[in-house]
Design a protein around this ligand. Structure first.
Ligand SMILES: [Fe+2]
Length: 193
């Protein structure tokens, strides 16, 4: 089912960025890298904008309503996922504010940023896990061929918003890979690409 492949691909790209965030915060905490605020700004920008502007709308507005109608047994999972999408907004605001605070005050602001990142990562990993381990297998097993075709057609009609306008999300992803310190990314050991 093409729509499910697209959702899984999007999760993989987001997971790579979440791991880059985890790795870079751990490196700063351990004193292995100097803080690269441009990299942290790109990580936060990706984590905030790609799910909010592309991935969640595709799920909330296209996938979930079609699936709700076609496969009522997934309703409790969809309710939980939609509640998580709502709750994610507060996490995301906190993430942006904690980064600004760290940049404003310097080293004393790092602990707060690292704590917010830790909470956000636990929340987002659990969210992706719920979709991957409970929702998607159920859809693969239970959706009737007509419903699968309807979801795939809706995704195809939705073009490819994942890439953003003019491929901007792809470009942001590549810039993150280039700036993230090796061995996770291609950047230099100081984390300044
Ligand atoms: Fe998702």
């Amino acid at each position: 089912m093409k729509a499910i492949d697209i959702i899984r691909d999007e999760h993989r790209a987001l997971a790579a960025v979440l791991r880059a965030m985890e790795f870079t915060v751990a490196g700063v905490r351990a004193g292995r890298f100097a803080p690269d605020f441009r990299l942290f700004a790109m990580l936060v920008d990706y984590i905030v904008r790609v799910p909010e502007e592309s991935h969640h709308p595709k799920e909330d507005e296209v996938l979930f309503p079609l699936v709700r109608a076609a496969c009522p047994e997934v309703e409790p999972i969809l309710d939980e996922l939609e509640a998580q999408h709502q709750a994610g907004e507060a996490h995301i605001q906190e993430l942006g504010m904690a980064l600004i605070h760290w940049q404003a005050v310097g080293d004393p602001g790092f602990a707060r940023f690292a704590a917010v990142v830790g909470r956000y990562l636990s929340f987002e990993w659990a969210h992706i896990e719920l979709e991957e381990s409970r929702l998607l297998p159920l859809l693969e097993a239970r959706l009737a061929p007509a419903a699968r075709a309807a979801v795939d057609a809706a995704f195809a009609a939705n073009a490819d918003p994942w890439r953003g306008r003019d491929g901007e999300f792809d470009a942001l992803f590549s810039a993150i890979v280039a700036a993230t310190p090796a061995p996770m990314g291609l950047g230099g050991p100081a984390g300044r690409g």
